[in-house]
Ligand binder design. Structure first.
Ligand SMILES: *Cc1c(COP(=O)(O)O)cnc(C)c1O
Length: 404
């Protein structure tokens, strides 16, 4: 069959299964207000948890950074590594309490490259079943023995840690610090304890923790810092710069040796053009602002509490999440699409998440909060949610509509 005919057939199957996905076009990044396909909306769907993507100081820093060149012009090891990259890495190392850090062009690349550099054939990788796609793909590409455990089930993790040495080599345990579609935190203290007991290396993906949570000493250090863990327990700390930091790219932070090693062996770092200087400058400004302005995290925390309180009062199917990611689990894909469309007609954009992004039967609205939301915007969303859910599941209270 011709390529075009093959693709048409597969696209038709995708449409028939109700899983066909469509791009929306925004005029600009959400503030959280945005013009989406020509219509004004308030977005509750971005990962810009602190509002830094549209922060004037961050944008000015990007504009200033662009004076260093629109592009890095080569890979980091050739001539694409600028002083601004070094400054960003030093700032990230300080913010995460690690000796050193390395910036990658994306979180996807950071996870794939790091996993494949650290382990290979004859080693094992043990992953939570709800890990981000980039960790899963890294595990596959590494050719290590891939073992998985039920979400946040530390007894199941321990069973895999008992099995893992059968491969003969080293064992890497990889988890999200905050799960991207559920918003819950990994049980990091227990995961770290098991890794120590079984001599496994622990890698934590802080895409949704960095900048949003931390400890007194490392206020933006992420869920690892919040759990009171340091480099000894979590030697491989990964985070992204396109979420709370509002820019693009990612980092791995750890010992000097880890960073030196990744420069030598992480293929997604070596064989790709260096991060554009403007992005490095914007990310540097953002990481500085997040550390200097604890009020941003305070405002985000207040908004999360506001949303959860209002959702509980209205009987909405909240999940067990204290992070900026607040999913409403509806179960049925059709219900999610109907409610999301109803919300859109009322001027609210929320994520409608269906399989294969999440397991079958767990379709959900993925609502994300930002420090930039106003109390009035949150209140209006809550009212719209209550109305839309009641209309979609007639004859039932909203809470009865939840799938197990
Ligand atoms: C978004 C995300 C990534 C990928 O980061 P990008 O910089 O967007 O490529 C990795 N891990 C998790 C948990 C994420 O949510």
């Amino acid at each position: 069959m011709s390529l075009r005919a093959t693709l048409q057939k597969r696209l038709a199957q995708r449409r028939e299964s109700g899983l066909y996905r469509q791009l929306k076009i925004l005029d600009a990044a959400p503030t959280p207000g945005a013009v989406v396909d020509g219509l004004p909306m308030v977005t509750f769907s971005s990962n810009d948890y602190l509002g830094l993507a549209t922060h004037p100081e961050v944008i000015a820093a990007q504009q200033e950074g662009a004076r260093l060149g629109a592009g890095a012009t080569a890979s980091h090891l050739v001539n694409g590594h600028l002083r601004i990259h070094e400054e960003l890495q030093e700032e990230i190392a300080a913010a995460t309490g690690r000796e050193a850090a390395l910036v990658f062009s994306s979180g996807y690349a950071a996870n794939m490259g790091t996993i494949c550099a650290l382990i290979g054939r004859g080693d094992s990788i043990v992953s939570d079943k709800l890990n981000h796609a980039s960790l899963i793909d890294g595990a596959r590409l590494s050719r290590a023995d891939s073992l998985r455990f039920a979400h946040s089930d530390t007894a199941a993790l321990e069973r895999q840690l008992v099995r893992a040495p059968a491969a003969g080599g080293n064992t890497l345990v990889a988890v999200d610090g905050v799960y991207s579609m559920d918003g819950d935190c990994a049980p990091l203290a227990e995961v770290a304890r098991l890794c120590r007991q079984y001599g496994a290396w622990l890698m934590v993906d802080e895409a949704h923790g960095f900048g949003v949570m931390g400890s007194d000493i490392l206020p933006v250090g992420g869920s690892v810092a919040a759990a009171g863990l340091g480099e000894e327990e979590v030697p491989v700390l990964m985070g992204t710069l396109g979420k709370a930091a509002g820019n693009a790219g990612a980092f791995v932070a750890g010992s000097r040796e880890l960073i030196d090693y990744l420069v030598q062996f992480a293929r997604t770092y070596i064989y790709t053009t260096g991060m554009p200087p403007a992005v490095a400058a914007g990310a540097l400004a953002a990481v500085r602002i997040m550390q200097r302005q604890p009020e941003l995290r305070q405002r985000l925390g207040n908004n999360i509490a506001h949303f959860r309180r209002g959702a509980a009062e209205r009987g909405l199917p909240l999940c067990d999440s204290t992070s900026a990611i607040q999913p409403l689990l509806l179960g049925a894909e059709q219900a999610v699409m109907t409610v999301a469309a109803e919300l859109a007609s009322r001027g609210f954009l929320v994520g409608a998440i269906r399989p294969p992004t999440v397991p079958a039967g767990t379709a959900r609205l993925r609502i994300t909060l930002s420090a930039a939301h106003s109390g009035a915007q949150i209140e209006a969303l809550l009212d719209a949610l209550a109305t839309a859910l009641a209309a979609t599941v007639p004859g039932q209270t909203v809470a009865d509509g939840v799938s197990p």
